[in-house]
Design a protein around this ligand. Sequence first.
Ligand code: FES
Length: 154
Amino acid sequence: MTEDVAVEKPKSEKTATLSEKKDVFENCIQTLGLKYIQRHVFICADQTKPNCCTKDVSLEAWNYLKRRLKELGLDHPTPELPSCIFRTKVNCLRVCIDGPILLVYPDGVWYRNATPEVIERIITEHLLGNKIVSEYAFLIQPLPSTPTPNNIIS
Ligand code: FES
């Protein structure tokens, strides 16, 4: 369940029927394990304007995060662990100091200096151990609960 997974798509998005697009979305939901996401990790990396750290530092952090989630089997649901952790590289989280900046939702924990060493602690202590790495967290702002819309879209 990585961004590198090829999802089968219609030959042309412009000419695809609604039914064909629904099939593509359903394929994405299954292939990427979207129904099983427990946490979503965002990290600023490969920035257009690298303000919080250099592009190289951000890419090293992003690649480390991807690799470790995959190695630990956290990037896709399994029978033993039916939930997964989604990760997304974003251009900028608008904090732009002491990066890489890393954000964990739904917990709403904002981390600074997310180098591979710090990411390893975030994975081990926070994502697996449910304990925030407080020395690198500069804000804890969980998202407010909202009514869950019906997940079946007609
Ligand atoms: S460049 Fe990293 S938060 Fe803006």
